[in-house]
Write a protein that binds this ligand. Structure first.
Ligand code: UD1
Ligand code: UDP
Length: 375
């Protein structure tokens, strides 16, 4: 049996790695890997292959950046050729990026079974490009692997047959659990390196870690100006460490909004191990990333999410996440409170235990055997 995995953007890599590892523990399963090339900078792509132990891709589609239509169409055109050459029995797609929906559409038309890892997430906000990708992918995938039970509820509400849905837990947390010891071992050296490379930064004195890349936050000049002003005001009280996503770097340059406050420390995007170490040692994380909301919940680190909604509500109901939306006063007030008080209690959601990939393999293999018999 042959399984083809599709990755393209930064958050795909840490989801695919544990699933590929889990399948490789089973005999008789061949695997191949497509990298669409949606993300291509070394620090948005190559570094994750090295650190997560992903194999070199069998197909590198090199699609790069573009409008949604251009990027999705390029993935479809090039992925169709790859999948016809590879002839897998099943294609595995991850998350909610354009590469995910593009590969899913191609397979559905070719009659190739599809499994979606991280199915069922809903922000209920269709202005978010990822929400469209999630809705489309889940409607046409054959196997839907959800990270928590709200995902199952969302899918059932959309009329998806219960036998297609499997709550397996969070594969991103599999990677975190596996690599946390490496991140912990890296911290003393990393904190020393940061002290040398960032003038005035002292990691052990405490810092807030910041990531931003949602179009709703960074693609409108007035909104971004307003957000950066709130963050620069906060930086007077707490050092902000800001590994900056290339989309955001481009917008700040375009509108001349680069932070001038010396306590805002800009960095290039960092690799997985360093970012995990930075999250674990932060007093507070401010973000609009989906994955970071989950990782901070697992680590028990307070997280403020600069979004009106989240497709990961369990991080708010039992985790460490607080939505501050576009309310800049709330952002500042909550950041000051958490900086002083931290967070008193939180829980790790069920099945976020480092074994989601194994559960996916254990469900998929018999499903494929059954499916092949009936063909
Ligand atoms: C994409 C995903 C988003 C995910 C994010 C993770 C979609 C619709 N969006 O958003 O869900 O949260 O990845 O990081 O799929 N760029 C570079 N180098 C790179 C990659 C991007 O310079 O290696 C720049 C380009 O200017 C590009 C821009 O970043 O136009 C945006 O990249 P794109 O992949 O279109 O969307 P992201 O914002 O990264
Ligand atoms: N991440 C990283 N380096 C960074 C920023 C994030 O390794 O500089 C990791 C983070 O730990 C998480 C994933 O990237 O595992 C989240 O990806 P991203 O925020 O790009 O996308 P999203 O989750 O919002 O789709």
């Amino acid at each position: 049996m042959k399984i083809l995995h599709v990755v393209g953007a930064r958050p795909n890599f840490m989801k695919a790695a544990p699933v590929m590892r889990a399948f490789s523990a089973h005999e008789g399963i061949m695997q191949s890997l497509v990298h669409t090339g949606q993300h291509y900078d070394a620090n948005m792509s190559d570094v994750f292959f090295e650190q997560l132990g992903l194999p070199r891709p069998d197909f590198d589609l090199g699609v790069g950046s573009g409008s949604h239509a251009v990027q999705t169409a390029h993935v479809m055109l090039r992925f169709e050729e790859a999948v016809l050459k590879d002839r897998p029995d099943l294609v595995m797609v991850y998350g909610d990026v354009n590469s995910t929906v593009a590969a899913t559409l191609v397979c559905a038309k070719l009659g190739i079974p599809i499994a979606h890892v991280e199915a069922g997430l809903r922000s209920f906000d269709r202005t978010m490009p990822e929400e469209i990708n999630r809705l489309m992918t889940d409607q046409i995938a054959d196997l839907l692997f959800t990270p928590s039970s709200e995902g199952d509820d969302n899918l059932l509400r959309e009329g998806i047959a219960p036998e297609r849905i499997h709550c397996v837990g969070n594969v991103m947390i599999d990677t975190l659990v596996r690599l946390l010891p490496k991140a912990q071992a890296r911290w003393p050296q990393l904190s020393a390196e940061l002290g040398q490379s960032l003038p005035g930064f002292e990691a052990n004195g405490g810092y807030a870690l910041l990531t931003l890349h949602r179009p709703s936050n960074v693609d409108h000049p007035d909104g971004l100006r307003d957000l950066m002003a709130a963050l620069e005001e906060l930086a007077e009280e707490m050092p902000l460490l800001f590994p900056i996503h290339p989309r955001t770097r481009a917008r700040l340059q375009e509108w001349n909004l680069q932070p001038r406050q010396k306590n805002v420390h800009l960095m290039e995007p960092v690799g997985y191990i360093d970012f995990l170490a930075l999250q674990q040692n932060a007093r507070l994380v401010i973000t609009d990333s989906g994955g970071v909301q989950e990782e901070t919940t697992f680590l028990g680190v307070p997280c403020l999410t600069a979004r009106e909604n989240t497709e990961r509500p369990v991080t708010v109901t039992i985790g460490t996440n607080i939505l501050v939306g576009e309310d800049r006063q709330k952002l500042r007030d909550e950041a000051r409170r958490l900086w002083k008080e931290g967070i008193s209690n939180h829980q790790i959601p069920p099945l976020w235990d480092g074994r989601a990939g194994e559960r996916i393999a254990a469900i998929t293999i018999p499903w494929l055997q059954e499916n092949q018999k009936s063909c």
